[in-house]
Ligand binder design. Structure first.
Ligand code: UTP
Length: 279
């Protein structure tokens, strides 16, 4: 059973400055909904109700978003606008939210390690809100739901992957693996490389922002040294697990928008606007 999802949300979001000077990147909206709310909804769709969020001192808007807003509710009570808060209020009432602050900017691996007190000693999901995934077919399940099914079969860490154009590969962690189930597009990972140059990339199978991790990852992360850029990489910790055959890569069904980049953010906005008949 995967009961908890960790949302690392302590990044600086420098690609979106000046918007992210005072507003957390994870709170930027696609139409009217913040990225992190899409993320929490995806976790709920995978039957996860315990949301563990890694923030920092400049990200208080996140806690406020997943809490009651009594004054606002009072102001719009009895009007049609009440409807606009229905969805988020239902989420706040149904799910549990816990928070921990990341104190040093040491990268995604360090953010995940910071989440340990909220997770404890159990397998958990990790969701990066700036990778917004949509389903291709209406009756497909969410990416996290798909990954939990794979976890239930293999009982080890799972990473979601996507084939990306080779000229984009330097932005990703890349896997090498043996295909073990072609009906499910799953690979047993044998090697991983963080942000290779196109020339050095062993494959074009890139890790995206969804993981199921077993709790031994915390001890591995503790022993993982920062890389050249001073960041502790989750890819390096996963590489240790993969050397024991304990990492599965899964080519998820769906489409991803990289909302951490301006281009991906605009594409996602256009997609949702078209879908809702706004443009
Ligand atoms: P990014 O690699 O996109 O970094 O983080 P960033 O700092 O948010 O954005 P840019 O590159 O400066 O524009 C991917 C995810 O990991 C989280 C971010 O909040 C985002 O959800 N993260 C990153 C942390 O929680 N802590 C970190 O130290 C770094």
């Amino acid at each position: 059973m995967i009961k908890k999802c960790l949302f690392p949300a302590a990044g600086l979001g420098t690609r979106f400055l000046p918007a992210t000077k005072a507003v957390p990147k994870e709170m930027l909206p696609i139409l009217t909904k913040p990225l992190l709310q899409y993320a929490v909804e995806e976790a709920l769709s995978a039957n996860i109700t315990n949301m563990a969020i890694v923030t920092n001192k400049d990200k208080r808007a996140i806690e406020d978003h997943f809490d009651q807003a009594l004054e606002l509710e009072l102001q719009i009570r009895g009007t049609q606008k009440e409807e606009l808060l229905k969805e988020i209020n239902a989420i706040c009432n149904y799910a549990t939210f816990t928070y921990v602050r990341q104190k040093q900017m040491l990268g995604l691996g360090y953010a995940i390690l910071t989440g340990k007190p909220l997770i404890g000693n159990e397998p958990f999901a990790v969701h990066l809100a700036d990778d917004l995934c949509i389903l291709k077919e209406e009756d497909d399940n969410s990416v996290l739901y798909q990954m939990i099914k794979i976890y239930n079969k293999y009982q080890c860490s799972i990473v979601a992957i996507e084939e990306v154009p080779i000229n984009q590969i330097h932005k990703y962690g890349v896997i090498v693996g043996d295909l073990i189930d072609n009906t499910n597009d799953t690979y047993r990972v044998t090697n991983m490389v963080e942000k290779p140059t196109p020339k050095n990339a062993p494959t074009n199978m890139a890790i995206i922002g969804r993981y199921i991790l077993t709790p031994d990852i915390f001890n591995i992360l503790k022993q993982t040294k920062p890389d050249k850029s001073g960041e502790i990489q989750i890819t390096d910790a996963l590489l240790t697990q993969s050397k024991q055959g304990h990492v599965i890569a899964y080519k998820f069904k769906g489409k991803r928008f990289d909302c951490g980049s301006i281009q991906g953010y605009v594409k996602a906005t256009n997609y949702f606007a078209k879908q809702q008949g706004i443009i």
